[in-house]
Design a protein around this ligand. Structure first.
Ligand SMILES: NC(=O)c1ccc[n+]([C@@H]2O[C@H](COP(=O)([O-])OP(=O)(O)OC[C@H]3O[C@@H](n4cnc5c(N)ncnc54)[C@H](OP(=O)(O)O)[C@@H]3O)[C@@H](O)[C@H]2O)c1
Length: 247
């Protein structure tokens, strides 16, 4: 779907929550969704970064966004309940969630993988999307057509040496997406899919591949067609799929 061409008002009046909206792919996705008409809820760890995204959306005359600062590493079930209540009070429903926030963790053999680090990566990359999706299901059910998008990775699709908790969290995230898609295929307005971004020049990518010249790979802006496709109604019949954002 990398060559999808979105109509200008694809996401008009839609309310979309983006996690990790302060940087990298999430930042560009949030701004792109707003550009196509969505009211975006910017969830992330670093308030300053979220404020920059907020200002950029306002300056581009996008629909007024909302900021929800939340550290997914330490968030408790009470934090998720509070978030659900706030979103319900403010918006009354959700039309989309992009599960984008992630922690790379350490790249090392399993034999040496730090157990504390393992827990943090699983908390942000897997437990958080699970808890967030579960708590938000009643809000998604109030949408005429809701899209929940998980973020996949090549190293989750096929296990690769040294990718440790990150790779496993991505594999499990895709499985969670498929379970939800299967369970809710009938009689709900919600569809669940994953997007595999491919190589994209971000802070995370340069941490994983410090020697790589970022100019030689895609920028977040280059992969937005697939994000728009999955968030908008042109993908209404697509459920349980892993979509590649690059050819
Ligand atoms: N870039 C690639 O080549 C590539 C390839 C395949 C898959 N992906 C996936 O694409 C998604 C976006 O990655 P990216 O490359 O854009 O990474 P990034 O530049 O490192 O951005 C990650 C975002 O997640 C947020 N985040 C991290 N820990 C968090 C926490 N505890 N609570 C809340 N937010 C947290 C970060 O917030 P702060 O900035 O405030 O820390 C940041 O906004 C990830 O799911 C990643 O696994 C990326």
């Amino acid at each position: 779907m990398h060559n999808y061409s979105a109509p200008a008002h694809l996401l008009k009046d839609r309310i979309i929550l983006v996690t990790g909206a302060g940087d990298g792919i999430g930042k560009v996705a949030a701004k792109t969704f707003a550009q196509y008409g969505a009211t975006v809820i910017l969830l992330g760890k670093t308030l300053d970064k979220l404020e920059v995204v907020y200002d950029e959306i306002e300056q581009a005359n996008g629909p007024q966004p909302a900021i929800y600062p939340m550290n997914l590493e330490g968030a408790t079930s009470k934090d998720y309940e509070d978030m659900q209540t706030t979103l319900d009070d403010e918006f009354g429903r959700l039309d989309g969630i992009l599960h984008n926030a992630a922690l790379l963790g350490s790249l090392m053999p399993i034999s040496q993988y730090d157990m504390g680090h393992w827990g943090k990566v699983m908390q942000v990359n897997l437990n958080a999307p699970y808890m967030l999706t579960r708590i938000c299901l009643p809000l998604l059910e109030k949408s005429a057509s809701a899209s929940v998008v998980f973020t996949s990775d090549d190293v989750g699709i096929k296990g690769k040496a040294y990718w440790g908790a990150y790779g496993i969290s991505k594999a499990a995230g895709d499985n969670l997406m498929q379970i939800l898609a299967d369970e809710m295929e009938v009689n709900t307005p919600i569809r669940f899919n994953s997007i595999n971004p491919g190589k994209v020049a971000t802070t995370m990518r340069s941490k994983a591949f410090p020697g790589e010249n970022p100019a030689t790979i895609a920028a977040p802006d280059d992969i937005m067609n697939s994000y728009l496709y999955l968030m908008g109604d042109d993908s209404k019949a697509v459920n349980g799929q892993i979509i590649n954002a690059q050819p």
